[in-house]
Design a protein around this ligand. Sequence first.
Ligand code: BGP
Length: 496
Amino acid sequence: MKTYQFPDGFLWGGATAANQFEGGWNEGGKGWSVSDCARSHPDVDVTNYSAHNEITSKDIQEAMDHPEDLVHYPKRHGSDFYHHWKEDIALMAEMGFKVFRLSIAWSRIYPNGDDETPNEEGLKFYDQIFDECHKYGIEPLVTISHYEPPLNLVLKYNCWYDRKTIGFFENYVRTISKRYKDKVTYWLTFNEVDSMIRHPYTTGGLVRDRFEGKNFEEVIFQSMHHQFVASALATKILHEDNPSCKVGCMLTKLTYYPYSCRPEDVLEAQQRMRAIYCYSDTQVFGEYPAYLLARFKNHGLNIVMEPEDLRIMKEYPVDFISFSYYMSSCVAKNTEGLATTAGNTITAVKNPYLKASDWGWQTDPTGLRISLVDLYDRYRKPLFIVENGLGEKEELVEDGNGSYTVNDDAHIEYYRDHFKQMYDAINEDGVELMGYTSWACIDLVSESTKQMSKRYGFIYVDCDDYGNGTFSRYRKKSFWWYKHVIETNGACLGEE
Ligand code: BGP
């Protein structure tokens, strides 16, 4: 008999990221981040991922020449959490959140990344956020770097390609670890550490045209090596300041199915999965897996590693594995004549058995259970789902009480189906799942297409793709549903 009762202490909550949510992009002493130059292209096919994420030095200069432009650079305003934080945290508390995932904007603490001293106003901003969370018994889950390295590090050092950035990051982590050691228990080092390979600008601060004549794959993996060392150093620092804190890696869990039972399709799916796992393998086992080293060798990549690097990586592996899961895709050795569809930062073969969102992402609740079992069998360490959700086009409607709401039944169906799979993974597959933060608990700017109209939240934010709106917040139908799931710790799923 399935009670759908989740384990006591299961951490239900929601997730956001400063670069897509915070706004106040040039207030409170914050410096430019790479995301403040991310231009929106709402008129470009939303499933054309690369069109929305390639960036040139000219694009960056264009953005810097137009600091007044919030229309084409929606990440500058996000959902204006910077001025709504008290109200937003109260809404999360009203839903009964146990945990709230947010990121610290690095350039709010060190505006240029290489500053000697931190920006006190930025430190104070997060002090008040964490204090407000604790007022309601909500645990902050903090991502240290979520697509927002300081732009100055790009322009002056080529960001993560330069080994000096390890030192700048270490300085940033020492500052926030000391400041928040009594307020933050759960940390993530780099959001979707594997995404450096798919969008090197937002994760690594790498602009392709700044590496003329270089092997860009080598540039990416050299930068990735510096991030792996930095992640291990961050784990060391955080544990020294608060021995009871938990530090996780964060992986894009792209789940691939072979399009047919042809062995070459099955091999292709396995290879594609390993191309993702190699990054979490490195952070969990504290060393490069042989197959990643083989890739370096076979591709002629010369990755410079100091002897100290490998010792640090080995000595400071992560405590848990967190990941994002939205959809699944198919892969085939030969994709000729096969229909393709978009996914989270990828394009892959369409699965004829699954339905797709307006953005082409194929919803697959069973794929979440498959992913949980895969990861737990691989690592035997606690797991945390820190992103899972559905981006939908939505309209506000009158709620009959003189206010407005959204009848987002599609969100309720998506979450109900995924929660039931999580329950089975825990109770039938023995997976140790620490918690769940939906993406995103409140409408915010999409990472890939920079759109507000791709709405994920339990809370609607009145702002469109061009920055028009009051930024007022409205509870959706799913707000009340999720509140009931949390207060019954999942048991109400058995009635549905
Ligand atoms: C993940 C990012 C999140 C979020 C999510 C949804 O890759 O970690 O920041 O953006 O994708 O994707 P999108 O915003 O493109 O719909």
